[in-house]
Write a protein of this length. Structure first.
Length: 284
Protein backbone atom coordinates (compact mmCIF):
# COMPACT_ATOMS: atom_id res chain seq x y z
CA UNK A 1 0.00 0.00 0.00
CA UNK A 2 1.25 3.46 -0.88
CA UNK A 3 1.63 5.85 2.04
CA UNK A 4 2.44 9.40 0.98
CA UNK A 5 2.64 12.65 2.93
CA UNK A 6 2.22 16.39 2.64
CA UNK A 7 4.49 18.11 5.16
CA UNK A 8 4.20 21.91 5.24
CA UNK A 9 6.06 24.18 7.66
CA UNK A 10 3.77 26.48 9.69
CA UNK A 11 5.83 29.62 9.15
CA UNK A 12 3.35 31.24 6.78
CA UNK A 13 0.24 30.52 4.69
CA UNK A 14 0.10 27.95 1.90
CA UNK A 15 0.20 29.06 -1.76
CA UNK A 16 -0.47 27.40 -5.11
CA UNK A 17 2.84 25.57 -5.01
CA UNK A 18 1.78 23.91 -1.77
CA UNK A 19 -1.60 23.11 -3.27
CA UNK A 20 0.11 21.25 -6.10
CA UNK A 21 2.32 19.32 -3.66
CA UNK A 22 -0.70 18.36 -1.58
CA UNK A 23 -2.60 17.22 -4.68
CA UNK A 24 0.33 15.10 -5.90
CA UNK A 25 0.67 13.40 -2.52
CA UNK A 26 -3.08 12.88 -2.15
CA UNK A 27 -3.68 11.57 -5.67
CA UNK A 28 -0.67 9.21 -5.67
CA UNK A 29 -2.03 7.46 -2.60
CA UNK A 30 -5.68 7.55 -3.67
CA UNK A 31 -4.90 6.00 -7.07
CA UNK A 32 -3.56 2.88 -5.34
CA UNK A 33 -6.04 2.73 -2.47
CA UNK A 34 -3.35 4.01 -0.14
CA UNK A 35 -3.10 6.62 2.58
CA UNK A 36 -2.04 10.27 2.40
CA UNK A 37 -0.76 11.84 5.62
CA UNK A 38 -0.51 15.43 6.84
CA UNK A 39 2.56 16.22 8.93
CA UNK A 40 3.25 19.68 10.38
CA UNK A 41 7.00 20.37 10.15
CA UNK A 42 7.39 22.73 13.10
CA UNK A 43 10.83 21.71 14.33
CA UNK A 44 12.00 25.32 13.88
CA UNK A 45 10.19 26.67 16.93
CA UNK A 46 11.44 30.22 16.42
CA UNK A 47 9.59 30.50 13.08
CA UNK A 48 6.60 28.25 13.70
CA UNK A 49 3.17 29.88 14.01
CA UNK A 50 0.74 27.69 15.97
CA UNK A 51 -2.28 29.22 14.21
CA UNK A 52 -1.11 28.02 10.80
CA UNK A 53 -1.92 24.32 11.29
CA UNK A 54 -5.65 25.01 11.49
CA UNK A 55 -5.40 27.21 8.38
CA UNK A 56 -3.63 24.40 6.53
CA UNK A 57 -6.40 21.95 7.37
CA UNK A 58 -9.04 24.41 6.18
CA UNK A 59 -7.14 24.95 2.91
CA UNK A 60 -6.88 21.22 2.23
CA UNK A 61 -10.58 20.66 2.92
CA UNK A 62 -11.39 23.57 0.59
CA UNK A 63 -9.37 21.84 -2.14
CA UNK A 64 -11.32 18.63 -1.57
CA UNK A 65 -8.33 16.73 -0.16
CA UNK A 66 -8.54 14.36 2.78
CA UNK A 67 -5.46 13.48 4.81
CA UNK A 68 -4.80 11.37 7.84
CA UNK A 69 -2.68 13.18 10.41
CA UNK A 70 0.50 12.18 12.22
CA UNK A 71 2.34 13.87 15.11
CA UNK A 72 3.95 17.23 14.41
CA UNK A 73 7.73 17.49 14.54
CA UNK A 74 7.63 19.40 17.83
CA UNK A 75 6.47 16.13 19.44
CA UNK A 76 9.42 14.15 18.07
CA UNK A 77 12.41 16.07 19.42
CA UNK A 78 13.64 13.13 21.51
CA UNK A 79 13.78 10.97 18.38
CA UNK A 80 15.94 13.55 16.62
CA UNK A 81 18.27 13.81 19.62
CA UNK A 82 18.73 10.05 19.78
CA UNK A 83 19.58 9.83 16.09
CA UNK A 84 22.06 12.72 16.35
CA UNK A 85 23.68 11.11 19.40
CA UNK A 86 24.06 7.87 17.48
CA UNK A 87 25.78 9.62 14.59
CA UNK A 88 28.05 11.49 17.03
CA UNK A 89 28.97 8.23 18.77
CA UNK A 90 29.79 6.76 15.36
CA UNK A 91 32.18 9.64 14.71
CA UNK A 92 30.14 10.97 11.80
CA UNK A 93 29.20 14.42 13.13
CA UNK A 94 31.63 17.21 13.92
CA UNK A 95 31.00 20.56 15.62
CA UNK A 96 30.87 23.84 13.74
CA UNK A 97 30.72 27.29 15.34
CA UNK A 98 31.22 29.30 12.18
CA UNK A 99 28.97 32.15 11.19
CA UNK A 100 27.78 32.43 7.60
CA UNK A 101 30.42 35.09 7.02
CA UNK A 102 33.16 32.78 8.22
CA UNK A 103 31.86 29.93 6.11
CA UNK A 104 31.93 32.20 3.05
CA UNK A 105 35.62 32.82 3.67
CA UNK A 106 36.22 29.07 3.40
CA UNK A 107 35.90 29.49 -0.37
CA UNK A 108 38.52 26.92 -1.49
CA UNK A 109 36.43 24.10 -0.06
CA UNK A 110 33.43 25.23 -2.09
CA UNK A 111 35.57 25.47 -5.22
CA UNK A 112 36.87 21.97 -4.65
CA UNK A 113 33.29 20.71 -4.36
CA UNK A 114 32.27 22.29 -7.63
CA UNK A 115 35.14 20.61 -9.46
CA UNK A 116 33.53 17.20 -9.56
CA UNK A 117 31.89 17.00 -6.15
CA UNK A 118 34.29 14.45 -4.65
CA UNK A 119 36.40 16.67 -2.35
CA UNK A 120 35.98 16.34 1.44
CA UNK A 121 33.77 19.46 1.39
CA UNK A 122 34.25 20.22 5.06
CA UNK A 123 33.85 23.39 7.02
CA UNK A 124 37.63 23.46 7.19
CA UNK A 125 37.75 26.19 9.83
CA UNK A 126 35.94 24.01 12.34
CA UNK A 127 37.52 20.73 11.35
CA UNK A 128 40.97 22.11 12.07
CA UNK A 129 40.11 24.47 14.93
CA UNK A 130 37.62 22.63 17.12
CA UNK A 131 37.65 19.29 18.84
CA UNK A 132 36.32 18.09 22.18
CA UNK A 133 36.09 21.72 23.32
CA UNK A 134 33.03 22.19 21.16
CA UNK A 135 30.58 22.03 24.03
CA UNK A 136 32.50 24.01 26.65
CA UNK A 137 30.26 26.54 28.43
CA UNK A 138 30.54 30.19 27.52
CA UNK A 139 31.48 29.62 23.91
CA UNK A 140 29.57 30.32 20.70
CA UNK A 141 26.67 27.96 19.90
CA UNK A 142 27.59 24.79 18.07
CA UNK A 143 26.02 23.23 15.01
CA UNK A 144 26.78 19.63 14.05
CA UNK A 145 27.80 18.73 10.51
CA UNK A 146 27.78 15.33 8.83
CA UNK A 147 31.17 14.14 7.59
CA UNK A 148 29.88 13.23 4.14
CA UNK A 149 33.00 11.52 2.80
CA UNK A 150 33.42 9.32 5.87
CA UNK A 151 29.71 8.49 5.87
CA UNK A 152 29.86 7.48 2.20
CA UNK A 153 32.93 5.35 2.88
CA UNK A 154 31.04 3.42 5.52
CA UNK A 155 27.86 2.80 3.53
CA UNK A 156 29.42 2.15 0.15
CA UNK A 157 27.53 2.97 -3.07
CA UNK A 158 23.81 3.65 -2.69
CA UNK A 159 20.93 4.03 -5.11
CA UNK A 160 17.43 5.45 -4.92
CA UNK A 161 14.51 5.69 -7.35
CA UNK A 162 12.47 8.67 -8.47
CA UNK A 163 9.22 7.75 -10.22
CA UNK A 164 9.78 10.43 -12.87
CA UNK A 165 13.56 10.42 -13.29
CA UNK A 166 14.22 6.72 -12.68
CA UNK A 167 17.04 5.04 -10.72
CA UNK A 168 19.70 7.34 -9.28
CA UNK A 169 23.19 6.81 -7.94
CA UNK A 170 23.32 8.59 -4.60
CA UNK A 171 25.72 11.57 -4.61
CA UNK A 172 25.39 13.17 -1.17
CA UNK A 173 28.90 14.62 -1.56
CA UNK A 174 27.44 17.19 -3.96
CA UNK A 175 25.90 18.98 -0.98
CA UNK A 176 29.03 18.99 1.16
CA UNK A 177 29.09 18.49 4.91
CA UNK A 178 25.53 19.55 5.68
CA UNK A 179 24.33 20.65 9.10
CA UNK A 180 22.12 18.03 10.74
CA UNK A 181 21.74 19.78 14.10
CA UNK A 182 21.56 23.59 13.80
CA UNK A 183 22.80 25.92 16.50
CA UNK A 184 19.33 26.87 17.70
CA UNK A 185 17.04 23.99 16.71
CA UNK A 186 16.65 20.32 17.55
CA UNK A 187 17.27 19.08 14.00
CA UNK A 188 17.73 20.33 10.46
CA UNK A 189 15.28 19.45 7.70
CA UNK A 190 17.43 16.61 6.33
CA UNK A 191 17.55 14.68 9.60
CA UNK A 192 14.01 15.43 10.81
CA UNK A 193 12.23 14.65 7.53
CA UNK A 194 14.16 11.42 7.02
CA UNK A 195 13.34 10.17 10.52
CA UNK A 196 9.71 11.29 10.24
CA UNK A 197 9.11 9.49 6.94
CA UNK A 198 10.44 6.26 8.45
CA UNK A 199 8.38 6.65 11.64
CA UNK A 200 5.21 7.37 9.66
CA UNK A 201 5.65 4.38 7.34
CA UNK A 202 5.89 6.58 4.24
CA UNK A 203 6.53 4.50 1.12
CA UNK A 204 6.37 7.33 -1.45
CA UNK A 205 7.93 10.71 -0.69
CA UNK A 206 6.36 13.35 -2.93
CA UNK A 207 7.86 16.84 -3.05
CA UNK A 208 9.04 19.57 -5.40
CA UNK A 209 11.86 19.24 -7.89
CA UNK A 210 13.86 21.80 -5.88
CA UNK A 211 14.46 19.10 -3.24
CA UNK A 212 15.79 16.50 -5.68
CA UNK A 213 19.41 16.99 -4.58
CA UNK A 214 18.44 16.68 -0.91
CA UNK A 215 17.29 13.13 -1.56
CA UNK A 216 20.90 12.04 -2.09
CA UNK A 217 21.59 12.97 1.54
CA UNK A 218 18.36 11.42 2.82
CA UNK A 219 19.28 8.12 1.18
CA UNK A 220 22.63 8.26 2.95
CA UNK A 221 20.99 8.93 6.32
CA UNK A 222 18.65 5.99 5.80
CA UNK A 223 21.62 3.72 5.28
CA UNK A 224 23.51 5.10 8.30
CA UNK A 225 20.51 4.79 10.64
CA UNK A 226 19.09 1.52 9.32
CA UNK A 227 15.85 3.07 8.07
CA UNK A 228 13.54 1.72 5.33
CA UNK A 229 13.97 3.13 1.83
CA UNK A 230 10.87 4.59 0.15
CA UNK A 231 10.47 5.68 -3.45
CA UNK A 232 10.40 9.36 -4.38
CA UNK A 233 8.37 11.49 -6.75
CA UNK A 234 9.72 14.99 -7.40
CA UNK A 235 7.14 17.06 -9.20
CA UNK A 236 7.55 20.28 -11.25
CA UNK A 237 7.27 23.63 -9.48
CA UNK A 238 4.78 26.44 -9.90
CA UNK A 239 6.80 29.47 -11.00
CA UNK A 240 6.03 33.11 -11.74
CA UNK A 241 6.83 35.04 -14.92
CA UNK A 242 10.44 35.57 -13.83
CA UNK A 243 10.94 31.84 -13.39
CA UNK A 244 11.06 32.08 -9.60
CA UNK A 245 9.22 29.42 -7.63
CA UNK A 246 6.38 30.60 -5.42
CA UNK A 247 7.48 31.17 -1.84
CA UNK A 248 6.11 32.40 1.47
CA UNK A 249 9.12 34.69 1.79
CA UNK A 250 8.18 36.39 -1.48
CA UNK A 251 4.58 36.91 -0.30
CA UNK A 252 3.07 34.72 -3.02
CA UNK A 253 -0.74 34.82 -3.00
CA UNK A 254 -2.05 32.49 -0.30
CA UNK A 255 -4.67 29.77 -0.57
CA UNK A 256 -6.40 31.31 2.44
CA UNK A 257 -6.88 34.61 0.60
CA UNK A 258 -8.38 32.77 -2.37
CA UNK A 259 -10.61 30.76 -0.06
CA UNK A 260 -11.83 33.83 1.83
CA UNK A 261 -12.50 35.62 -1.48
CA UNK A 262 -14.98 32.90 -2.42
CA UNK A 263 -12.95 31.09 -5.09
CA UNK A 264 -14.01 27.52 -5.84
CA UNK A 265 -11.36 25.27 -4.28
CA UNK A 266 -12.51 22.14 -6.10
CA UNK A 267 -12.22 23.91 -9.45
CA UNK A 268 -8.78 25.20 -8.52
CA UNK A 269 -7.69 21.67 -7.68
CA UNK A 270 -9.03 20.40 -11.03
CA UNK A 271 -7.14 23.14 -12.85
CA UNK A 272 -3.88 22.27 -11.10
CA UNK A 273 -4.31 18.59 -11.94
CA UNK A 274 -4.74 19.55 -15.59
CA UNK A 275 -1.80 21.94 -15.60
CA UNK A 276 -4.04 25.01 -15.98
CA UNK A 277 -2.53 27.79 -13.88
CA UNK A 278 -3.63 31.39 -13.32
CA UNK A 279 -2.24 33.97 -15.71
CA UNK A 280 1.46 34.66 -15.15
CA UNK A 281 2.23 31.30 -13.55
CA UNK A 282 3.92 28.32 -15.16
CA UNK A 283 4.69 24.74 -14.23
CA UNK A 284 8.23 23.49 -14.76
Amino acid sequence: MIVSRFAPSPNGPLHLGHALSAIVAHDAAEAEGGLALLRIEDVDAARARPDMAAEFRADLTWLGLQFGEVPAQSLRLDDYARAADRLKADGLLYPCRCSRTEQARDRPAAEERSAGGTAPARCRICKTGLSDAAEEPGTRPVAWRLDIIEAMRRTGPLRWTDMRAGPQNARPDLLGDIVLVPKHAAAAYHLAATLDDAADGVTLVTRGQDLFAATHVHRLLQALLGLPVPQWLHHPLVRDESGEKLAKSRLSASLASRRHAGEDGLELARALREGRLPSGLHLF
